[in-house]
Design a protein around this ligand. Structure first.
Ligand code: ASP
Length: 340
């Protein structure tokens, strides 16, 4: 019988951690992970393993790790039918978003998963998350052409996902996009929400991101000297600004002057909302009309993770400011809902 081949990549995270002698959780080596999960032998696919030399807590993930993962997938792309990446949950949504941009014309599933409790713990959610992620990646009928996150019985589009709980087994949500698979007694494949693969294009792996970016969250009373230091730093090329509601910021002239100066310096300013759900509509309120006029661009309904990693990706690929602005506002990997 034909068995799909899956590459299971272990990067670290709670999923494979153990307590050290002081009680703190530290990543273990991958050999123990296989020992703790003998059930994977029962899956009807062929599984090969790859581990980071030094497994890490995902708080230690850097853009170079995203690129290393993309290169690893590129090297193994034609030998495997799908990839499952075990990763800490803390920065899982950043890695999934970054990979979605780095892996252009993906035709195979890349599913990231992790756990709130380590495999070695009796009530651990790791077992279900890992097994279901592998089952979806190796499904004999459907090949999902996307970077996804599997967590708490749901498969989400990676670049639509954000971590919402450090306690619940349902640690993630995809606030502005439906789930791709709901797992219960049966696997409910929501095919109409999946990206469509264009089989005439070969996988293209991008290997650069620009880290001269910043994230600025506005709050009432933020000191103007802090706004200046965030928006006018000479090295920074692009800033994601988390604004109120549908994209609103104060319309006092002294604040708008800083925004204007930042834009005049050639920086890309992307407006995303602090709300979990909904989108930016610049010009809906007077408090966002000026932003639109000055050239702040809308991040529509992107998550913070998607907006930041997309900006890092595009700034590394394109020089023209107009092109960066255009691509930032376009749907390139299913990360935003294109306004009509
Ligand atoms: N600190 C851990 C990590 O992100 C948390 C987790 O895995 O859930 O690596």
């Amino acid at each position: 019988m034909f068995r799909k081949k899956i590459l299971l990549i272990y990067t670290g995270g709670t999923v494979g951690m153990r307590q050290d002698k002081d009680g703190a959780l530290k990543p273990i080596d991958f050999a123990n992970l296989k020992h703790d999960l003998p059930e994977i032998e029962k899956l009807s696919c062929e599984i090969h393993f790859h581990s980071f030399d030094v497994p890490i807590d995902s708080s230690n993930m850097r853009p170079q790790n995203w690129i290393d993962l993309a290169i690893l997938i590129e090297k193994n792309y034609y030998h495997f039918d799908g990839f499952v990446i075990l990763h800490g949950s803390d920065t899982l949504a950043y890695t999934a978003s970054a990979l979605s941009f780095l892996l252009e014309h993906l035709h195979k599933p890349v599913i990231l998963t992790g756990a709130q409790l380590s495999l070695g713990i009796l009530r651990s959610d790791a077992r279900e998350n890992i097994i279901a992620a592998i089952e979806i990646a190796s499904n004999p009928l459907y090949s999902l052409p996307e970077v996804c996150i599997y967590f708490g019985s749901k498969l989400y589009r990676g670049n639509r996902t954000t971590k919402i709980s450090s306690e619940s087994f349902n640690a993630f949500d995809s606030p502005n996009y439906p789930t791709l698979v709901n797992v219960g007694v049966h696997m409910d494949f929501q095919l109409r929400h999946w990206l469509k693969a264009n089989i005439s294009n070969e996988l293209k792996v991008h290997k650069r991101v620009c880290t001269d970016v910043a994230l600025f969250k506005y709050f009432p009373g933020v000191p103007l000297y802090w706004v200046e230091s965030a928006l006018l730093h000479p090295n920074i090329k692009g800033i994601v600004i988390e604004t109120f509601g549908a994209g609103n910021l104060p319309n006092h002239q002294d604040f708008l002057n800083i925004i204007d100066k930042s834009l005049q310096q050639g920086k890309i300013l992307v407006n995303i909302t602090q709300c979990l759900r909904g989108k930016v509509i610049q010009g809906r309120y007077d408090t966002s009309k000026q932003l639109l006029k000055m050239g702040v661009i809308s991040g529509h309904d992107m998550t913070t993770e998607a907006a930041l990693t997309k900006l890092m990706f595009i700034l590394a690929q394109v020089d023209s400011i107009d092109a960066v602005k255009l691509i930032m506002q376009s749907d390139i990997r299913g990360e935003l809902t294109q306004p009509y």
